[in-house]
Design a protein around this ligand. Structure first.
Ligand SMILES: O=C(O)C1=C[C@@H](OP(=O)(O)O)[C@@H](O)[C@H](O)C1
Ligand SMILES: C=C(OP(=O)(O)O)C(=O)O
Length: 429
């Protein structure tokens, strides 16, 4: 789908309740499927990625019902999942794939996992190699989808230092370690989002954390829950940046997730000079609060090291922020961006350069010189490359651009934010 983007917008004002958090929705559904009893999840993210998880769970014999954005799941436990008649098609979702690989490594039946073209290029050995070490029956090289996990009745404990900063790898190994025959230890190289750990405890499980090391005791009994998914910080970030950049703007984003393994974007943008405040904080199993953002000037910054994992999905937005900031911004240690839904380092640089941005690519990041007024310089046609984060970022770039701009493969935003263009339209003046 090609979309004409709103350009040269005068101001953004109003209130938005962004949809539920993608990472938390995946995990709530999976733990709901593993628990005993009926789990009700409110404000579930009904976007393409989390629908893939629900569909996969249904194929595994888990009863799932939808009513508006409430999902009701009748848990079957680890041991009562059923052999799916068809391969599980996980579409575009890396999270669904990697979490389910861990969960399905010890089942009495074989399962095939497949995905779309983008997902089929993404690295899976980071999960399948340690799972094989535990005894999972996955034929080598097991580097990409499609993959088959053969029936298996035993997983050994794992003592493992995870070589990439990845919450998906950590979570896959937690799901496997819960089914192992002894205690496992996982050590991260940097803190990554801890939604799996929080969800596990919320469903009555136990897990020890000491610095970057998790100790996981085998356990397969979980208690069903009623919970509400907070708004997705990564979706809210799109509007936080838009209101920062479009003159005379003020937006309130209601009840956004504020888990501190996810709020790095707010820290980086504040450090660059953003005018942000938080109100109405609620602390449940995941904290949430309202974000109020006003327009402001920005300065360049350095984003590197352990901060990267916390801002990984927001780096395209921070790169756009940097094109409007005074001075140079350096993003490094972010080679993971090259193995997301598309190569996000290349995509950000190519698309923003079409609008005149001064942006250089590095193997592990970007160097951006600002501020640069944006307008179509080499092309007025932008593309998402089928990547939702690139599409959402480009829609914000358009708001502050002069001229006419179109976006191809605009439907990619449905992966994490189905009503994005309608929400944006409502606050544009
Ligand atoms: O665990 C998760 O829910 C996610 C982890 C991150 O991926 P990696 O674990 O590959 O870094 C992130 O980019 C993705 O959007 C969601
Ligand atoms: C990388 C992302 O998701 P996933 O890995 O689940 O496809 C994302 O949402 O930016």
């Amino acid at each position: 789908m090609e979309k004409t983007l709103r350009t040269n917008v005068a101001k953004l004002t109003g209130t938005i309740a962004v949809p539920g958090d993608k990472s938390i929705s995946h995990r709530a559904a999976i733990f709901g499927a593993l628990a005993t009893g009926t789990t009700k999840i409110d404000h579930f993210l009904l976007a393409d990625d989390c629908q893939q998880t629900l569909t996969a769970l249904k194929q595994l014999g888990v009863p799932v019902q939808l009513s508006g954005d409430q999902v009701t799941i009748k848990g079957r436990g680890f041991k009562n999942l059923q052999h799916p008649n068809q391969p599980l098609n996980l579409g575009n979702s890396g999270t669904a794939t990697r979490l389910l690989l861990g969960l399905l490594s010890k089942q009495s039946f074989a399962v095939e996992l497949a995905g779309d073209q983008s997902l089929s290029k993404r690295p899976m050995a980071r999960v399948t190699a340690p799972l094989r070490q535990m005894g999972a029956n996955i034929a080598e090289p097991a580097a990409h989808l499609p993959l088959t996990i053969q029936a298996n009745n035993r997983l050994q404990a794992l003592d493992y230092r995870i070589p990439v900063a990845s919450a998906q790898v950590k979570s896959a190994l937690i799901f496997a370690a819960l089914q192992a025959d002894q205690v496992s230890h996982l050590t991260e190289i940097a803190p990554t989002r801890d939604h799996t750990e929080r969800m596990l405890r919320q469903f009555g499980g136990v897990l020890d954390k000491d610095g970057l090391t998790l100790t996981i005791t085998p356990q397969t009994q979980f208690k069903s829950q009623q919970l509400r998914v907070p708004g997705d910080l990564s979706s809210a970030a799109v509007f936080v940046l838009a209101a920062t950049l479009v003159p005379n703007s003020q937006l309130r984003l209601q009840q956004v997730g504020l888990n501190n393994t996810r709020t790095g974007f707010l820290d980086v943008l504040s450090r660059m000079g953003a005018n942000l405040r938080v109100e109405n904080v609620h602390s449940a199993f995941e904290a949430s609060g309202d974000l109020i953002v006003n327009t402001s000037d920005l300065n360049g910054t350095i984003i590197e090291g352990q901060e990267i994992a916390n801002v990984i999905d927001e780096l395209p937005l921070l790169a756009l922020a940097a094109t409007q900031a005074h001075g140079t911004t350096v993003i490094k240690d972010a080679a993971e961006l090259r193995v997301k839904e598309t190569d996000r380092i290349a995509a950000v640089a190519t698309e923003l350069s079409k609008l005149g941005a001064q942006i250089e690519t590095k193997p592990d990041g970007l160097v951006i010189h600002g501020p640069t007024p944006l307008k179509p310089v080499t092309s007025d046609q932008l593309t998402t490359y089928g990547d939702h984060r690139i599409g959402l970022m480009l829609a914000v770039a358009a708001l502050i651009s002069n001229g006419t701009l179109t976006l191809t493969q605009a439907e990619a935003v449905n992966v994490s934010y189905p009503h994005f263009f309608a929400d944006l339209q409502r606050v544009c003046h």
